[in-house]
Design a protein around this ligand. Structure first.
Ligand code: HEM
Ligand code: SF4
Ligand code: SF4
Length: 458
């Protein structure tokens, strides 16, 4: 009996999308295989010898599902070793970058938000949504720029920024969890002896590894950029990325501490520059600033005939990170210099850009941070479900912490409201207590929490 014939259905819209996202050179490929041979990660991580060349073929033929569900797209570092050597100028590094952008869009819900990230027409809308939330809070409670020394909480109440932050972070986590679920269901792992998919031609796929060993090896690779550093064409970019990446956890620690300080009534602004929150914020900001400047510099140095010009989609992430850090430092230094009006409006701009970076995390290029981690772990372990379970636990953990923070804030707000309704003096602060300053319209309320008293003296 004759073998069943697979009918290929080219998706012309997919090809048009790849072209819009910087992959216009894909059709130049004549399948010589040089890209696969020159790529330092093609075999080490993906265990197949047809990695880059295969993706070029599928893209040119419009085989969307095959291309976008191949985990190899996340093992590519866009280092451009292949593009530098491609005899046809087909720029495989950039084509695979376009595939990643479309994969993020495939898993994003609501999907239209991801589409906003590839068209500059939507930039005003991307910024307008957080700006409207923040200006709305300002209008609701205080339209006046306070006189005297700059105290941000007198302009916009910390508690409202925190509530808004928890709500939008919660939505972003839901979208992340959904994206990870779809990603896990659809990703196709290497199969020994396959002829046209992940693992093609490889007969010696490693046996499945233990999950803890997989996670340790994936995280240490990412932490040291060991595989990333194997790339030879764009080495400065590797260092730029490493430095930027380390800035982020520090900025996250600073944000978490600031949230905590706000809750327990510690005045953040008056903290010295040696306070842990300030050290984490300034060091993280400095790392992210230096790293992103290196990345921007490398993009400006692109060789248009060969690689790396970058599309609006690529530039948007770079400029968003730049704006975050630049506005953060500008806000701090303008305050220290006593520039009253400017400091308040810089603060509003900074909050807007911070919201725009993190609220939209599952929709733009930054989502690569978790898809890459998941794909690299799955490729290493030879299993999707192991790494996926780790990610589900992490996502659930972050969601639980946020939910707990939201409940705590709600309870404290309720206590403040009740306290306001009670006769004065009923909730007087004992000597050992700390002040829980809830900057609600009800002003600040002091509640006895003797067990937290050590914090009061911080
Ligand atoms: C907080 C964490 C992270 C931040 C802030 C971050 C930031 C960035 C930025 C700004 C770029 C664009 C570079 C450019 O346009 O030239 C980028 C690209 C890249 N990132 Fe990350 N990243 C993070 C996590 C990760 C992780 C966990 C990996 C895993 C290996 C990774 C791997 C890559 C790779 C390979 C590229 C180059 C390909 C591309 O531009 O899409 N990143 N990252
Ligand atoms: S992308 Fe370039 S190097 Fe790779 S197979 Fe096609 S023509 Fe050859
Ligand atoms: S850009 Fe680098 S990692 Fe990606 S396929 Fe080309 S050589 Fe390999």
């Amino acid at each position: 009996m004759a073998e069943p014939v697979e009918v290929l259905k080219p998706d012309t819209k997919f090809i048009a999308d790849v072209i819009k996202l910087g992959g216009q050179s894909a059709k130049k490929c004549f399948q010589c295989g040089t890209c696969t041979v020159t790529c330092n990660v093609s075999y080490a991580q993906t265990h197949d010898e047809s990695f880059a060349r295969r993706l070029m073929l599928w893209t040119a033929w419009g085989l969307k599902d095959k291309a976008l569900t191949d985990p190899a797209i996340w093992a590519c570092y866009q280092c451009q070793d292949c593009s530098a050597n491609c005899p046809r100028g087909a720029k495989p590094g950039d084509v695979i970058g376009a595939l990643r952008a479309l994969a993020i869009e495939r898993y994003a819900r609501p999907r239209f938000l991801a589409r906003w990230f590839r068209d500059p027409v939507y930039l005003p809308l991307i910024l307008a949504i957080p700006a409207v939330i923040i200006l709305g809070l300002l209008l609701a409670f205080n339209v006046q720029v306070p006189s005297g020394p700059v105290v941000y909480k007198h302009f916009i109440s910390e508690i409202y920024v925190e509530i808004a932050g928890v709500i939008v972070a919660g939505l972003a986590i839901l979208a992340t969890a959904y994206g990870m679920l779809r990603f896990t269901l659809e990703t196709r792992l290497p199969q020994p002896g396959a002829v046209d998919g992940p693992g093609a031609l490889a007969a010696d796929l490693p046996a499945e590894r233990e999950l803890p060993a997989t996670m340790v090896s994936t995280l240490s690779d990412v932490a040291t950029h060991a595989d990333f550093r194997a790339c030879q064409t764009e080495t400065t970019r590797t260092w730029g990325h490493l430095i930027t990446m380390y800035g982020f956890p520090l900025l996250l620690i600073a944000t978490a501490l600031s949230f905590l300080y706000g809750l327990v009534g510690i005045d953040q602004q008056s903290r010295s520059l040696l306070d842990p929150m300030k050290i984490a914020g300034n060091l993280g900001g400095l790392l992210a600033f230096v790293g992103v400047c290196l990345l921007i510099y490398k993009r400006f140095q692109a060789k248009p005939a060969k690689w790396g010009v970058g599309t609006y989609y690529d530039w948007l992430l770079l400029w968003l990170i730049f704006a975050n850090v630049f506005l953060g430092f500008a806000t701090q230094f303008t305050r220290l210099a006593g520039g009253v009006n400017l400091a308040y409006w810089l603060y509003v701009a900074h909050l807007t850009v911070v919201f725009a970076t993190f609220v939209y995390l599952p929709y733009g290029k930054l989502a690569h941070l978790y898809y890459r981690l998941a794909a690299l772990a799955a490729l290493r372990q030879g299993s999707k479900t192991g790494p996926a379970s780790v990610f589900i636990v992490v996502i659930a953990g972050v969601a639980a912490v946020l939910a707990a923070a939201a409940v705590l804030v709600a309870v404290l707000a309720a206590v403040a409201w009740v306290a306001q309704a009670l006769p004065m003096g009923l909730l007087a602060l004992p000597e050992s207590g700390i002040s829980l300053n809830l900057y609600l319209p009800v002003a600040s309320v002091s509640i006895p929490f003797g067990c937290w008293s050590p914090l009061a003296s911080v």
